[in-house]
Design a protein around this ligand. Sequence first.
Ligand code: BGC
Length: 416
Amino acid sequence: MLKLSKLATAVALVVAGSAAVAGEVEVLHYWTSGGEAKSVAELKKIMQAKGHVWKDFAVAGGAGDNAATVLKSRVVSGNPPAAAQIKGPAIQEWAAEGVLANLDATAKAEKWDDLLPKVVADVMKYKGNYVAAPVNVHRVNWMWANSAVLKKAGVTSTPKTWDEFFAAAEKVKKAGLIPVAHGGQNWQDFTTFESVALGVGGTKFYNDALIKLDEKALTSATMTKVLETFRKIKGYTDAAAPGRDWNLATAMVIQEKAAFQFMGDWAKGEFSAAGKVPGKDYICAAAPGTSNAYTFNVDSFAMYKLKDAGAQKAQGDLAASIMGTEFQEVFNLNKGSIPVRLNMKMDKFDDCAKTSAKDFVDTAKSGGLVPSVAHGMAIKPAAEGAIKDAVSQFWNDDKISVADGVKNIAKAAATK
Ligand code: BGC
């Protein structure tokens, strides 16, 4: 009897103990496509296994424009989620508002400084303190191609230059298929645009024009060439492109309706979810002219200050889990990205991911590693928004001359 009651007390203590440390974690994200949803489900599983309650706050909309608007209204009304998927300079802007939590205790215990490339760690910190946890590294300057479509069109090798690309696109068109699957939304327009800028102008031009926003580079002859090339691509898209979501464009390539898509490697998450194999069903290649460069895009969760102790504990566990080896592997296998945590085993990853991991390291040494502007890694949100609008206007309106397009983009870059 005595033994039994002792046991009961012990059980009660354990239950009470775990109840005290478990909490609800509300996570705002925009991962709603097939591959993305599979990826984020892994994080939910890990948090639930730790006894926490996952409150899903998914806001559909590629690249997170809608999510950013919803986040603002929640924070302004004093009711932020525990974590929100934001990145780059936007993290700094939120931190400056004084609403982000300090993650240094977790970061220290988990040795984040040793496990992250410095270029990434710097973005996660505000005034030296960690305020966000990084998830992955996406490469943006990819070109995806359907092997069967290329074969049907008589394209025998993957284009490496823009001239080769247009020759291939012409063949696909003649074969009665859509050369380029595009979704006409401003972040997708810009995803293509920045790959063209990198391919046509090279890393120095990309840095000067799109990151330093240097007026000379923005109005140079190279910029003219970039816009001419960019406009030429539009001629190979279909009439239904305007407004199309990125994953529906990827589906066109998967379903052999279109040959190419310019998109970051979250597109690979869709190919994987559809059971397609790289090197066989589809090709991943650097966008023409960009094989020695790498536009990086690091997804991350900024953590907001919370009052409830259980929620704070859950938030700390979320941050630690995100950087843990288990999550870094399974999430990135589904998402198409590579682990952001250094020294991870890559044996389960496919060749596209292995190329990405190698190129990430190589370009970091050569100077070819540059932040993606399209994906909020490089410049302040206000200028980014203005430039994106100018680029999309040019893309959408064939009556805007290249000279005017150049002027409009340079003007937008001056937005403070
Ligand atoms: C994000 C990816 C996401 C993609 C499409 C990018 O900006 O970094 O995680 O899959 O947008 O929404």
